[in-house]
Design a binder for this molecule. Sequence first.
Ligand SMILES: Nc1ncnc2c1ncn2[C@@H]1O[C@H](COP(=O)(O)OP(=O)(O)OP(=O)(O)O)[C@@H](O)[C@H]1O
Ligand SMILES: [Mg+2]
Length: 581
Amino acid sequence: MNETAYTYGILGFFSLCIAAWFWLERDRARRGERLIAATRRMAAGDLEARAGVRGHDDLGVVADAVAQMAARLKTLGATYQERQDWFGLLLEHSSDLILTLDTDWQIGFASPSLYRFLGWPMDQMVRRPLAEFVHPDDAEAVLAACRATPVGPAPGEPIAFRLLHVDGSWRSVEAILSPPRNWSGPERIVMTARDIGARERLERELAQAQQMAVLGRFAGGVAHDFDNLLTAIQGYTSLLLRDLRPGDSQREGLEEIRQSSERAAGLTRQILAFGRRHAAESGPVDLNRLVGNLVRLLPPLIGDDLALVTVLAPSIGLVRADPGHLEQVIMNLVVNARDAMPDGGRLTIGTVNEQVTDFDPRASPELPPGYYVMLTVRDTGTGIDPDTLPSIFEPFFTTKERGLGRGQGLGLATVYGIVKQCEGHIDVESAPGRGTTVRVYLPMARAESGAGGPGAPSATRSSRIILLVEDEEPLRLFAKAALEEQGYRVLEAGHGWEALMRLSEFDSAVNLVIADVMMPEMGGTELARRLAVERPGLPILFLSGYTDDEMTLRGLGPPSAFVQKPFTPDVLARRVRELLG
Ligand SMILES: Nc1ncnc2c1ncn2[C@@H]1O[C@H](COP(=O)(O)OP(=O)(O)OP(=O)(O)O)[C@@H](O)[C@H]1O
Ligand SMILES: [Mg+2]
């Protein structure tokens, strides 16, 4: 009995042991499964997943280590994301254009700035050959630069080329190509490029301005000499004509000479205007009123086939300019627009106030920031092809049939000179078949009280003494004759020094000085400066048609005026009368 109980006891004990063992094994298997499931979730990215396996056995230790690893990975991931965001931010705000090229010169990566710059959506740039976006004329050079990109750490020489914008236009960039260092990916080149459109525009404008300045000096110099000769020709012709009887047979020939020299004077005036050596009467001008008056005269000029539209902004600012010159600007632009629309079209003349700010893409040394009044002349005509565009302001450049009165190539040269004299800027936007828009920016001026009208003619001229200072002898003799005919007494001098000497001889008897601006020894400007000190109040009349800066003459002090060369005896007499009042 005891033995049996003993045996059952043993069996019971073993059964218990086996049951406990089974239970422990199942528990271990469950914990193992939980651990495996948790690590799988972690592998799938859920770093918050925990197995919930505790204990001091090996599973507990492993579970603990895995949990620690997940926590560490999470911290690293957060740091990584932060840095990723930071580089993304840098890239997003970078104005430099960054792209990578694979071995087959396909675009691997393109920075957001590049998408913004060219307007292409990302999927239309990535995995496409760079050549598809490079101007055909530049493609070979770009490919050569890619091939030549050094393997070493130093980047290659910068290369300039044009990239295709989504709108079909080309954008100029300058790029540096370098190989990515310590990189085993497919990227072979990192290209960092920069928009150089504005720089190119400035360089173009500067080169054009320099070229125009040289041409202007040259043309102005020639025209100045011609002016002196023409003044003498016109003057003597007028004097001869005055002395002839009405029916004299010589009259016809002399009239012919006079008319021809007048036409020639018209030409030199245009050239002088281009060279900015055209003496100008500059007053505050209301461009709207000027355009309004001029537009009434235009219909016969432009014909019936053209629709004329004026868009004048209300309360336009005043500009400081010679109204006659501004009319000439508008007329020249209108005639060009008319010629560009032989089959009809629309001609729009507009005015508007414009502010150019420091950050304005239009701002340049030629168009400094400030307030302007902008005159626009737009046509729907033939347009100008890009090869011709850089030349249109050159004097004597024309695509029209050459001839007097038509196609002399002086229209835009004159406009350019006048606009520059007003310290303004001119910009032409044109494309073949798409018409032309000319924009003239004129600096805005403050209004001033108007100048007084001409003085009343003097009664006793014979008592008046005029000192005539002119180096060109024929011109001096002609002017002297013209003045003496009016009854004035005339003293002569060949330059400024001589004039000062003559003045000291005659002391206060001299009532007026007439002086050429450009003379050897001492020119009219310097003479005027000295007179302002030695003889303040003595009026000076400049014989001019040739002044680089008439404002300096204006600011000299004594009441001064201009007679533009070439002049007739009547014009000279009228100016003298005005000054001697
Ligand atoms: N609105 C325009 N549309 C098309 N082409 C133009 C326009 N304005 C100027 N051009 C081009 O520029 C050239 C130069 O113009 P510019 O006014 O200086 O001389 P022109 O008109 O040929 O001769 P001119 O004005 O002396 O009679 C023209 O011959 C023409 O080719
Ligand atoms: Mg013209």
